[in-house]
Structures are given as C-alpha cells and as structure tokens.
Design a protein around this ligand. Sequence first.
Ligand code: ZN
Length: 425
Amino acid sequence: MNRKLFDYIAASPSPYHAVAHSAETLRAAGFLPLSEGEDWDLTPGQGYYVTRNGSSLIAFRARRDFSGFLMTASHCDSPTFKIKENAELTGSGCRRLAVEKYGGMLMSTWMDRPLGIAGRVLLRKGSGIESRLLDLGGACAVIPNVAIHMNRKANDGYSWNPAVDLLPLWGSGEEKGFFRPTLAMALACREEDILATDLALYNPQEGVEWNGLLSAPRLDDLQCAFSGLTAFLAAGESGAIPVYCLFDNEEVGSQTKQGAASTFLRDTLERVCETLGQGEKYRQKVARSFLLSCDNAHAVHPNHPELSDPNHGVKLNGGVVIKYNAAQHYTSDGVSAALLQLLCEEAGVPFQRYANRADMAGGSTLGNIANTQVSLNTVDIGLPQLAMHSAWETAGAEDTSSMVRALTVFYGKSLELTENGLALV
Ligand code: ZN
C-alpha cells in the first residue's frame, strides 16, 4: 500500500499534476470526464469526474435512486515557493529565481536539498490559450544555507527572510534569459508563445518506509488524498452516491474559485441531483449525506510530548485520528464523531482522538470551510504525522491501510434517518 502511496506522491509534484494523475487513474477505472461548461447526461451505474481550474477534482458514481451523498474531501496543495512571473535574478556569478511563499512551510527544511520545479504553463494557441503540465524534474534548484562561519547565529533560532534567505539558486552565470528558454525547450514550444506560468518548487525525493515508519514529501495531504481515491475505487455498491473531492488551495485559506470555500462542491451536487431527475430533492439528499474531511493530524512528538494535550495526543501507527476543536475549526461533533467510531469498529480499524492543548491554537482544514457552501454532517479525520509542513514529513507505516480500510467501508454505506438520529447502513 505504501509503495502505491509513494508512486502517487511522486506523480503529484503540483496540484495540477495531482489532479491529472487522479483523473488518469479514474479514467483507467472506467470513469468519464465531464465539463462544467457543457451539458451533463448521466447514466446510472456509470462513474464520472469533473475538474475546476485543472487543480481541483470531484468524482462520483451516478445512481437513479439514491439516499444522499457519502463524501470524502482532501487537499492536493502543499506549502511551497511559487516562482514569480519575472523570475530571473542575477549577481555574484549566479543565476537565481524570484519566489514567494505559498502556505506556511517550515522554512529551514527547504534548504540544501535538490529541488524540482513543476506546475502548468499557459501557451498561445491560435487566438486562445493552451494549458500544459510541466515538471522540470529532479534537481534544478537549491536554496543554499549561509555557512556557519558566516552566520554564527544559524543554530540560535534564526529568522529566515523569504525575500533574501530563501531565493533558490538556478545555476552559474551572469546573463539573464535563462529561465523561459528552459521552459520552452522542455515544452517543445517557442519562447514567445509562453504567456503565463503557475510553477512552484517541490521536493523530488522518493518516499521511503523504514523501521515501521514512512517518510515522504507532501504527506499532508496526499496521504489522505491517496487513501480516499483508493477506497473510492475499491468500494462496493451502496444506496448513496459516493463522492471523492480533491481541493486545491487549502494551504492559503481555500477561498479561490476551485477551493473548498468555492461553489464547486455545491454546483456539482446540485447538477447531479438535477440531471438524475432529483433536483427538487437536493436539500433532502444533503440532509442524508455525510462528509469526511480528511487531512493529516499532529502526532505526539517524541522530543516534545509536552506540546500535545495529555489526554488527546495521537500516536504514529495508532490508526485513524478523529479531530476535535471546541471553536469548530474541526467539524467533528458528538453525532459525526459517534458515527465515525461505529464505522472504524465495523472496519476493524483502530482510531484515536485528537484535540489541541487548550492554550494552543491549532490549524484549520477543509470541513468547516466546505460547510459554508454545503452544510451537512461532517467529521474531521486524518492520519498522525510528524513535521507537518516540512519538505520531508514522517508518518506511521501501518496507518495508510487503516485509513483505506475505514474509507472503503464508508463508501459502501448510506446514511439513513432513524427514529433516534442517524445510522450508516
Ligand atoms: Zn493539510
């Protein structure tokens, strides 16, 4: 399972690649692409997927009669450095690239390691544009540290300035005109046909499993994205429509046209209902739906156990994490957490409960943001990991398959209203 996870991560150096790779996997499993700009004609029993901006994706399997939607959502973006449009910098005999931060990374982890550049390039095509994926590959940049002899404070809590300390070195030479020609050569196009770019750095290192643990780049949140997709494709028939969501821009607040705060999910669910002749029952369907917001969680750090809540520290290889937060940055409440526990019990999967220390603000994620557009029973879950937002993250080797098993059981269910509440049957 983890070998496949590492392949998924390697195929996803950018959100555009993650969506393209997920779409390819869905197509290979018989799913058909839909376009938001065209009519939909859905055949019950057939699987479909739709993308927005090439960086978010929603897949589902159509059914004539369905109780509601059973959904998972994860994100495909990770903290990185975005290459600026006027990228070239020269001086001191070196060529560098102008970048800006995307998300909140652990900056020191990006230094002194081989870095790739990937994303999309927009080319002139007649009177319009063509979007092309680009991956410049394994080692085309490095962010060099200053030697300890020249910065004696490097080990004393040094504060990195992204406009100065974190500019990646591209190579040797003083002349400008080095970056776009490289892009043109990689894309086999004319340099003047490059209109715009969405490119960022990434860590190309392959994931590894070691001593019961695994380490890889972008585990947050590709470990959950991979687990959700694997379960979505493996699950059997149910009375509900299974939905798999992969959102871009979580690391910068989700408030983009394709992020979890956008209308993408609501638009898709409404259209599915309308096209299947259930348009007037949209609200009923949503009331019988359940969303698992899947995003990784902070495991207890063995060097700093005091940073975790004493009763809610979660452990590597301890299974699926249910995340709680009184301020509802995590959506889990009594009802949704109770249903999730029943689900884990049925799947034979261990689960553990996470809450921040009461004196620490935690992160945010997809669930409560998606609920501003589609409001429904939601639980926040994830897998325990260390060094979240490092360029090289570490998790438990057994936990990926726990998540896949739990989500596979989930996707084979439907949510029923009962006399006393709700049941996943
Ligand atoms: Zn995340």
